[in-house]
Design a protein around this ligand. Structure first.
Ligand SMILES: [Mn+2]
Length: 454
């Protein structure tokens, strides 16, 4: 248990009659933090209002009505921008996991795993929020949201959740909400046929990528060789685990022909791993937590927080219909953006990475597009990629690399983008395999520094 959690709990208990404002981020981790804190507030009978914030900047901090409340709780944001909160004369509880700014403010109770020397994969915003809820009593029915937040932030990047997230996972299993299974680490386990999951598998670029004909032939070959009966139109979740184990081993054997020697020993980590499913969920797109997270992104990236929130809270009906519409629209946008990268954009190769610049892809999806760009031939899958989305002033930059590359080459894109953006008076950060920044006009200098920091 984090030390500061107890301080936060005691402080809230002493101030149950005060007015609370709960401010959360807008990705899956932010939304699940919101759900946990809202349910906690309801259980404690707090007088609370809520606010979503896409990021904390000098201008957005102005929009937060601090003066109308006694106590502010911020989740999945705040830690990296403490200096923006210096002038606020209210008590603030921050429940976050982003790299904290190195200052101490007396009005802030700051819960963050970094402050206790924990790894950045140990907890997410929602799991820190959950630890607070847990400190107030049983509340283990909220653990599933914490795990969804952790999966949304890809804290299971190496095939399983670790650290305190794992303890929370036990709560989610105990409460009967989640089941953990072993499976292949392909996206779309419950809602897509196997051949589509294989079509987009881009941890290793093989002759299966975007090639349905090769995929079908390959599965026939595996069926014959091992006397199996894998149906490429079944979803992974419908296929027997022993068959999947053989398929996974075959994928590794195939991948050997494509990956640099030093990467080989990391292959099992990106092929096999744990998956997390909601036990009582019936909607295919919501059963697997990583697919659920995509559904949330399909809403919140376009500002539709209500639909995501309602579905998280358990509403279905018209909100389910809306989430499906949003998902269709989101996929269409991504398809178009990828077509644009493939056809209209110049990919520039530097020594250690590659990049492209566009004014046609919105900043809200540029990071997802950068990840998915490894699915197109024009991108070199053996180097990280930087995607620049032009803003009215400056750029939003997203850096990505495939998991296997990150692991094998020990790449830290979060560190590189943070240092490089600071050099040009921008700001950025993130994870080793996925990071982002806002920078002013001078992208050439940023590119030079990024290469040096990588
Ligand atoms: Mn987060």
């Amino acid at each position: 248990m984090l030390r500061e959690i107890e301080r936060a709990r005691k402080f809230i208990l002493k101030n149950l009659d005060k007015k609370f404002l709960i401010v959360t981020h807008v990705d899956t981790d932010g939304l699940t933090s919101r759900v946990i804190l809202q349910k906690l507030a309801e259980r404690l009978n707090l007088d609370a209002d809520y606010l979503f914030l896409t990021q904390l900047t000098p201008s957005t901090v102005e929009e937060v009505p601090f003066n109308d409340y006694d106590i502010i709780i911020m989740a999945d944001l705040g830690s990296s921008h403490l200096s923006l909160l210096k002038e606020v004369r209210k008590k603030i509880i921050i429940l976050d996991h982003h790299q904290p700014e190195n200052i101490k403010l007396s009005n802030i109770i700051h819960v963050n795993p970094h402050l206790e020397g924990r790894s950045s994969l140990d907890l997410c915003g929602a799991s820190v929020s959950y630890l607070l809820a847990r400190a107030f009593g049983n509340n283990i029915d909220l653990a599933k949201y914490a795990i969804l937040g952790a999966v949304g932030d890809v804290q299971n990047i190496w095939g399983r959740l670790e650290g305190l997230n794992r303890a929370i996972l036990s709560d989610a299993i105990l409460s009967g909400d989640l089941v953990v299974k072993s499976d292949l680490q392909l996206y779309g386990r419950c809602s897509r046929p196997l051949y589509i999951s294989l079509r987009y598998w881009s941890d290793v670029r093989t002759d299966l990528l975007n090639n349905d004909e090769n995929i079908i032939k390959y599965i026939k070959y595996i069926n014959k060789k091992h006397n199996l009966n894998i149906d490429p139109t079944s979803s992974l979740s419908e296929i027997d685990y022993n068959e999947k184990k053989i398929l996974g081993n075959e994928l590794i054997i195939k991948a050997l022909r494509y990956v640099p020697k030093g990467w080989v020993r990391f292959l099992p980590k990106v092929v096999f791993g744990e998956v997390y499913e909601l036990r009582d969920e019936e909607e295919k797109i919501l059963i697997d937590l990583s697919e659920f997270s995509t559904c949330i992104n399909a809403c919140t990236r376009y500002g539709d927080y209500e639909t995501a929130l309602r579905v998280l809270m358990g509403d279905r009906g018209k909100y389910l219909k809306r989430i499906k519409e949003n998902l269709r629209e989101h996929r269409k946008n991504l398809r178009e953006a990828l077509k644009h990268v493939k056809n209209d954009v110049e990919i520039i190769e530097e020594k250690k990475f590659q990049y492209f610049v566009t004014d046609k892809i919105e900043k809200n999806i540029i990071g997802i597009v950068a990840s998915l760009s490894y699915g197109i031939d024009e991108i070199n899958w053996l180097k990280p990629i930087l995607a620049f989305s032009e803003l009215s002033e400056g750029y939003k930059v997203s850096a990505r690399c495939p998991r296997l590359m990150c692991l094998a080459e020990n790449i830290n894109l979060g560190r590189a983008i943070k240092l490089a953006s600071l050099k040009v008076n921008g700001s950025g950060g993130g994870h080793s395999f996925a990071s982002g920044a806002y920078i002013p006009e001078e992208k050439e200098r940023f590119i030079k520094y990024f290469g040096e920091c990588l």
